[in-house]
Write a protein that binds this ligand. Structure first.
Ligand code: FDM
Length: 211
């Protein structure tokens, strides 16, 4: 049976990721592509026991050392890895709001080493496409809701953006995130749809990070 496609959205805080992830799922469901239940899925997944700890950390109710936080974000992905593979194996497409790239970008921005950060996520299912929504920090800052959680301040966001720039590579599609949400959704569709069609026709195995 042909497997599903793993689609990941990444970007800085308030870049429109959550809206575009939702619009992407709505668009895919209209095309009749088989989708996993309850999409979009997101990391951190705050509903698991590890996710609950991450939620108290992100809302500044608890403190964690940077290394411990990094490993917990990664563990939060590992606890979903089998679920992701199973869904893809059943031919269901999965759409994620954030993935391991956020994990590396935020932790390296705090000062942790790139290699050390990459190691924790090595072997996770590899996305077929990473849609990176590009929005300037100044524009993101002007958007509603910016500044509510840990890391949502301009200097941190600039450092995170610089690490994302280093991570951009094969399988990434950088999409201009400014403009009307319907226009951005059209740009997203133009990069996502060809990947879904290609994967559906290929009948191969899902890859592994960081391959
Ligand atoms: N974040 C997210 C990390 O620091 N590491 C990770 O691995 C992931 C997935 O958590 F500030 C940060 C990024 C952001 C916060 O916010 C999650 P949202 O609004 O739920 O995406």
């Amino acid at each position: 049976m042909p497997r599903g496609t793993l689609i990941v959205f990444e970007g800085l805080d308030r870049c429109g990721k959550t809206t575009q992830t939702r619009l992407c799922v709505e668009g895919l469901s209209r095309t009749g592509v088989k989708l996993a239940a309850g999409l979009p899925w997101r990391f951190p997944d705050r509903t698991t026991p590890i996710g609950e700890v991450l939620n108290t950390y992100l809302t500044s109710k608890t403190e964690l050392g940077d290394e411990a936080a990094h490993l917990l974000f990664s563990a939060n992905r590992w606890e979903k890895a089998a679920t992701i593979r199973e869904a893809l194996g059943r031919g269901e497409t999965v759409v994620y709001d954030r993935y391991a790239y956020s994990g590396v970008a935020y932790s390296v921005a705090k000062g942790l080493g790139m290699e050390w950060c990459l190691a924790a996520d090595e072997g996770l299912p590899r996305p077929d496409v990473v849609v990176f929504l590009e929005v300037g920090v100044d524009e993101a800052r002007g958007r509603e809701g910016f500044g509510g959680e840990r890391f949502e301040e301009a200097e941190t966001q600039k450092r995170v953006g610089a690490v994302f720039d280093r991570l951009k590579g094969e399988g990434w599609s950088v999409v201009e995130g400014s403009g009307r949400m319907e226009e951005v959704a059209e740009r997203v569709k133009a990069v996502v749809w060809p990947v879904v069609q290609a994967v559906t026709g290929r009948d191969d195995e899902v890859g592994e990070l960081w391959g």
